[in-house]
Structures are given as C-alpha cells and as structure tokens.
Design a protein around this ligand. Sequence first.
Ligand code: NAP
Ligand code: HSE
Length: 430
Amino acid sequence: MDRKVIRVGMLGLGTVGSGVLQVLTQNGEEITGKLGSRLEVKKIVVRDVSKKRGVGVDPSLLTDKPEDVLDDPEIDIVVEVMGGVEETRHLITRALENGKYVVTANKDLLAQYGADLLQVAGAHGKNIYYEASVGGGIPLIRPLKRCLAANRILSLRGIINGTTNYILTQMSREGKEFEEALSEAQAKGFAEADPSSDLEGRDASYKLAILASLAFSSRINLADIYVEGISEVKLRDIRYAAELGYAVKLLAMAEENDHGLKLRVHPVLIPLTHPLAAVSNEFNAIFLNGDAVGEVMFYGRGAGSLPTASAVCADIIDAARNIKHQVENGIVEATFGEKPVIPIAEQVSCFYLRLKAKDQPGVFASLATAFGDARVSLDMIIQKRSDAETAEIVLVTHGVSEGSFGQAIAEIKAMPAIKSINSILRVMER
Ligand code: NAP
Ligand code: HSE
C-alpha cells in the first residue's frame, strides 16, 4: 500500500526540535517531492505545554505525555530531541518495541547505550538514525557507515564541539573572557542543557566514541577515552600560543596501530598553518585518514538549530523511505569487536608549559636538568615576563611519553625556585 502520509511524533521542541519543525514546514513541498509522501508532525512532547515557543506551532500538537507519541499506532517515526539519558533510553526502547523508527540527536545516550538500543531496534525490524549526534549538520555517520566502508581507517581527528570552539574563538579573536563567550554560546543554543558536558570535554568524548566505534568497528568504552576540557585554558595561554604561531582548539583524536586504539579529547596548540586552526566559532571539522582514500576532511556547522535540524530531517526522510518502500530493518552498523586501548601514559605528546619561578640565576639550567633527567627534549624555552622577583617561563617540548613528562613535572614542582605551574597543554607537531 502506497503511503501518502507518514506521521512523525517528536520528543522535545527546544533548539533542535524547533529547527526540525521549521525545516519540515518551510521545506515541506520540497521534501514531499523527493519522498513521494507527505511528512506530518502529529504530536510533540514537551515539559511545559504553556511555554512560549520560538517557532510557530499549533498548540494542539503539544502534550506533556510521552505515551501520546509512543503508543499512537498512527505515528511511524519518533524523533527524540529532548536530551537526557536514563528516561530517554526507556522512551526510545518503548518506541522501538511499539514498531516505530527512531531518529535521535542524543550523543550522550548513544555513546552509553547505542549498541543495546540498536539491538532492540534490530529485534523489532526497525532502525535508529543518528546523523545529528556528531557534527551537527555535517554528514559524518553515513559517510563512515557507507562511503568509506571499504577502508581501514587509520586515524581521525577534529573539532567536534561547537560550544568550546565558539568560546576559544571568541577569546582569541575578540579578547573576550571565558564566561562572556560561554553565555553567548548558550544564548545561541549551541551549549548542552548542562554546559559542563561541553566545557569538560564529555560531549566531545561521546561523539568520539560514536565516530571511533564506526571507524574502527569496535565497541568504545567511554572510560577508555582520555578526556580534558577547556576550563583551565586561560586567555594568557591563548595569547602566548598565538605569539608562538599556534591556535588553541579542543581536539578529539583516535587512531589505530598494531597495539590498539588511542582515544583522546583535550585542548591542543595547533600550528596556525594547519587547516584546523582556521575552524572558528561553532564550526566543526573532522579529518579522516583511510588506507585507500587517504585524507578526507568534513567541515560545517557543528551545532545550532537549523544545521542540526538538517541532519535530523535527513534521517526522518531516510526512515520514511524505508516505511514507504516497506524495507524492514535496514541496520547497516559495523560488526563491533573489542579492540585493546593504549593507555594515555604510554602515548606520546608534545607539551606547552607555563610556570612561574623565582627570578634568580640557575633556574633555566635546573629546569633543563629536570627535563633531561626525564628524557624530555625541549623545543623552545622563553622567559615571557618578569617583575622584581618572579619570572614567567613558557616552554614547548618535543614529543615525549606522557609518563615521562609527568615525571619531569613532579620533579619541577618540588624545586624550591618554582613558584607555580600555571598551565600544561599539548601541542600538535608542526
Ligand atoms: P533543549 O533546547 O534544552 O530542548 C529540549 C526539549 O526537550 C525542550 O522542548 C523540553 O521541553 C523537552 N524536554 C526535556 N526534557 C523533557 C522531559 N523529561 N519530558 C518532556 N519534554 C522534555 O535541547 P536541544 O539543544 O534542542 O538538544 C536536544 C538534543 O539534541 C540533546 O540530546 C542535544 O545533545 C542534542 N543536540 C543538540 C544540538 C544543539 O546545537 N543544540 C546539536 C546536536 C545535538 P520544554 O521546551 O517544555 O522545556
Ligand atoms: N553542545 C554541542 C556542541 C551541540 O556545542 O557541539 C552539538 O552537538
């Protein structure tokens, strides 16, 4: 039976949900033309039905009862854009058990329970679509699952959190303080409901878990990802980094070698000549390196209402095509193994270090000795500023094992001439 109308139920009408409704409304004719059926939003679950909405919506569509969507047999596709993990996991499970396709932008949930939910979907002949969960509007999940499937992926690295990239851009280009830039990112709808997820790198680690599991066909345990956020990045370091020819960005990185996977999210000083250094504000960019294709770069808006809605709506259209053409299941995930993970202490990095020391003879020499003892070779060492008694020293190391660097730092902290270690950041090799 040809379906003239395919009905959608939504969980959430916030930043992303409003964008979804707007795209489905303003591009309705375009989508109907491509799909050959009309998409109709039948119900939308929100927390507060009386809240003023930033998007035109018929109030009769709103409900605060999830069962109005999950248990309605006329609804074919459930779009989850409300966020959260435990409650949402149960709602999505119920939607799948009730025979609905699910579209979600929820990386927190997928990074933790994605494999379980896909299993539930498979058991009910349905699928979960999650293109919007990583990189906002940038196509990433489909290219990994399909277009690059023949490759052995060697590495991936990129900027996959819009909020932190917005903050770091505003700090470095406009000289804004961290708090001011964060408030702007929240007002623009980029930040998570709990922005600490962005700032502490958790959001990027969820996204990295999703990307790496597809890239390396391995289940990724979140505890295996080394994560540091940007809350310790100071305007002073951003300025010093610029003087040295670097931009500071929060990077997510994954690579595979003969010993296993390296998985990390942390701020990195990137040479200004590298394309990632030019990725600004809420834009994301991801480099993938495949053994056949070589390097591929994906770039675009990684957060925000309409860019994210673009990916969500594409998923809705994909699900609707399955329904229209009566294609069961359609799950095309990789087969997930369990690859070993190399601990951070065994990985190699270059470091930027800023410290304050007593302005007295011999301090440079004792620093050099401490690094030499730990087999850390220095790339540059600069005395940035000194008052009567204090010298501020900035140095950059060559590549060194994280363990050896930690050993050198412990020795330096114990030196009487060292007043404080103010900042430690990693550096991308030129
Ligand atoms: P948001 O603006 O906070 O919107 C959340 C929506 O869900 C609101 O409409 C809220 O209702 C509703 N809601 C929340 N908890 C609910 C509950 N327990 N019961 C019923 N309704 C509930 O969030 P968002 O920024 O749109 O993000 C939604 C999801 O998309 C999250 O998983 C996020 O990580 C993901 N995502 C966001 C972006 C982005 O740029 N913002 C990009 C990619 C992915 P009320 O309106 O009544 O409060
Ligand atoms: N809070 C996320 C970000 C939204 O800033 O990237 C997009 O996933």
